[in-house]
Design a protein around this ligand. Structure first.
Ligand SMILES: [Zn+2]
Ligand SMILES: [Zn+2]
Length: 239
């Protein structure tokens, strides 16, 4: 845990069960902001990469969940960064729409959901968000491609960075907590997934892409031949 270098320019910022990421290039790009009150470790990662807070120019959000947008307000306050999110998740981060609760179709969502919903922090609404759609090239780190991967949330985005061998930032469209990459469905992983069928389809879509390295919201990164691990999982799920 803590700060881990994944590739030459990509750093993983571990915050307990969830990770944020940072790409240190001419400017600094942060992918997800993790839990609330974790700005310091994000800025520490920037400093490890030899960068200052005012060099953080872009914040890419994979989805609205509070463990991925938790330190957004604090990070925006300390930097001149622009934040990017899909238009379907943006109204939740802006506070215009409540976050959907745990998925009642999933057993864990029924049992643990009310407790989880109670301990989920309420975040300060953020007005200043740039909206990003499927296929857009976000002007960060020389260009990151946004891929709409709905299911976990309606506006979930994954990002593919073509440098350093090709790096996928999967957010929660895939997790790597147990044995290899998997879609965010099933007993525990699916508790906050809004649409299970769409989440499985998005995982299949990710497996069709080319990327050597994969970074996840939950679980450690895969540092080589990551797309092969995704394809093997898709084949297994199809059986
Ligand atoms: Zn999530
Ligand atoms: Zn998550």
């Amino acid at each position: 845990m803590g700060i881990e270098r994944v590739t030459a320019d990509v750093y993983r910022i571990g915050m307990g069960y969830v990770s944020a990421y940072l790409i240190a290039q001419e400017a600094v790009t942060v992918i997800d902001t993790g839990l609330p009150k974790h700005r310091e470790i994000i800025l520490e990662a920037a400093s490890k990469a030899g960068r200052k807070a005012d060099e953080v120019k872009h914040i890419l959000l994979t989805h609205h969940h509070a463990d991925h947008t938790g330190s957004l307000a604090e990070l925006l306050a300390a930097t001149s960064a622009k934040a990017y999110i899909h238009p379907l998740d943006a109204p939740i981060v802006r506070g215009e729409k409540p976050a959907p609760g745990p998925n009642r179709d999933v057993l864990a969502g029924r049992v643990l959901g009310p407790l989880m919903a109670r301990i989920t922090p309420t975040l300060q609404p953020i007005e200043a968000l740039e909206e990003t759609n499927d296929g857009d090239e976000v002007p960060a780190a020389g260009g990151l491609k946004a891929i709409h991967t709905p299911g976990h949330t309606a506006g979930h985005l994954s990002f593919v960075w073509p440098q350093n061998g090709g790096v996928l930032f999967a957010g929660d469209a895939a997790g790597n907590v147990l044995s290899g990459p998997r879609p965010p469905v099933g007993a525990l992983g699916g508790m906050f997934t809004e649409d299970v069928a769409a989440a499985k389809e998005s995982f299949r879509r990710l497996a069709e892409l080319e990327f050597e390295v994969a970074c996840f919201g939950h679980g450690g990164p895969i540092k080589g031949k990551a797309h092969t691990a995704f394809r093997q999982k898709v084949e297994k799920l199809a059986k």
